[in-house]
Design a protein around this ligand. Structure first.
Ligand code: GTP
Ligand code: MG
Length: 364
């Protein structure tokens, strides 16, 4: 799967509520803290209206959305890295994720406990980040010791690793997440096997109440400022409302959203923010059997894109026949696109664009 995100936060920040909203599955949710006791994996269909619009022009048996894997995590608290609350042994499930979704409570609700008594987005965020940083520090120090021994024996590679680990340790000890430190590509390679947490891209989700659906409150502003300082992205989402919306029939959903003055569900915004965070984009394949969205990185060429469908396609790639989504909307059929001269033949090196519709020619 091309994209996987781990959802973290303080107790009762609403991580399970947001997980439930984006995956459409029920989870353990309560006004009591620590109701999530083990990581829970789920899959999200990436909403993309273009799939259905393609199907209006190219009749197909089915439409297949791109997917994103998400994992709902037990809550972190101050001292988690030393065993407080649920501890951190479960974080292994997040280590291999591509990015973190950090849910920050910005709503107030009578009866929903807060671990430190008051809702304070900037300091709440810092608590979680410091614990993740502490987990990274422990990992780095363990490995620093390991390569230190090898370095003494004259191992050059170990000496280079030691220097990178020291640079990372100093940054963490000053209280900063690793994502705000510059690393060269070679340094990143050396850090990769450590599966560090704070080096992952982060999307902060300000979980707002129905009194701040536009996300303009002072609390959300505080979080925006924090995110900017620490090289992270931020968006707001009303978790409780979104979790209700996904369970409704379309007509009821429309009426409910109109009552609240909501223009669109926050979920599409959420997925697009996650895509943006990871530098991802979509291309399509369209035939009688299915119309399907595929996820690739921005800048990927045609052969890499074909490889997402099947690894065999990398070796057997001959060429790609490509037109754009916009062309299809204008000309309505592939035949019309061809006669207008808009159907292109592209080779391996062609850089795929978001919204390209591709037929790959594969050697038998
Ligand atoms: N008003 C309001 N309440 C919310 C929102 N999100 C979550 N809640 C409520 O907050 C409580 C905790 O939500 P959960 O999703 O269980 O929180 P969690 O972060 O998973 O917490 P734990 O796993 O128990 O640590 C529940 O009672 C939710 O209904 C929100 O956006 N607005
Ligand atoms: Mg939970």
């Amino acid at each position: 799967m091309a994209l996987s995100c781990g959802i973290v936060g303080l107790p009762n920040a609403g991580t399970s509520t947001i997980f439930s909203a984006i995956t459409g599955t029920e989870t353990e949710r309560s006004a009591y803290m620590f109701s999530t006791t083990a990581p829970l994996k789920g899959v999200v269909n990436v909403p993309d209206d273009r799939l259905h619009r393609i199907r209006e022009c190219i009749p197909a048996q089915k439409v297949v959305h791109a997917q994103m894997a998400v994992t709902d995590m037990p809550a972190l608290v101050s001292g988690s890295s030393q065993g407080e609350g649920m501890g951190v042994s479960f974080l292994g499930a997040v280590k291999e994720c591509d990015a973190l979704i950090h849910v920050v409570r910005c709503f107030t609700k009578e009866g929903v406990q807060h671990v430190s008594g008051t809702v304070d987005p900037a300091s709440d965020t810092e608590i979680v980040e410091l614990e993740l940083g502490q987990v990274d520090l422990d990992t780095l120090k363990r490995n620093h010791e390991r390569v230190g021994k090898k370095g003494k024996a004259g191992d050059k590679e170990a000496l280079a690793q030691k220097a990178v680990f020291e640079k990372a340790i100093a940054h963490l000890e000053a209280g900063h997440p690793l994502r705000s430190l510059e690393f060269t590509p070679a340094e990143r390679e050396q850090l990769k096997p450590l599966f560090l947490l704070t080096i992952k891209p982060v999307l902060f989700v300000a979980n707002v109440g129905d009194d701040d659906l536009s996300g303009t409150s002072e609390r959300v502003q505080q979080l925006r400022a924090y995110a900017e300082r620490t090289h992270a992205k931020v968006m707001h989402l009303a978790g409780d409302i979104e979790a209700e919306l996904v369970r409704m029939e379309p007509a009821e959903r429309q009426a409910f959203m109109a009552d609240l003055g909501m223009q669109e569900s926050g979920l599409a915004r959420f997925i697009h923010a996650a895509f943006d965070l990871l530098g991802l984009q979509t291309y399509f394949t369209a035939g009688e059997k299915e119309i399907r969205a595929w996820v690739i990185h921005k800048g990927d060429n045609a052969v890499t894109g074909a490889g997402v469908i099947h690894t065999d396609f990398i070796k057997k790639f001959v060429r790609a026949q490509i037109y754009t989504f916009a062309d299809l909307m204008q000309y309505r059929t592939e035949a019309a696109i061809k006669s207008a001269g808009r159907m292109r033949l592209e080779g391996k090196e062609y850089i795929l664009q978001d919204g390209d519709i591709c037929h790959f020619l594969i050697a038998q």
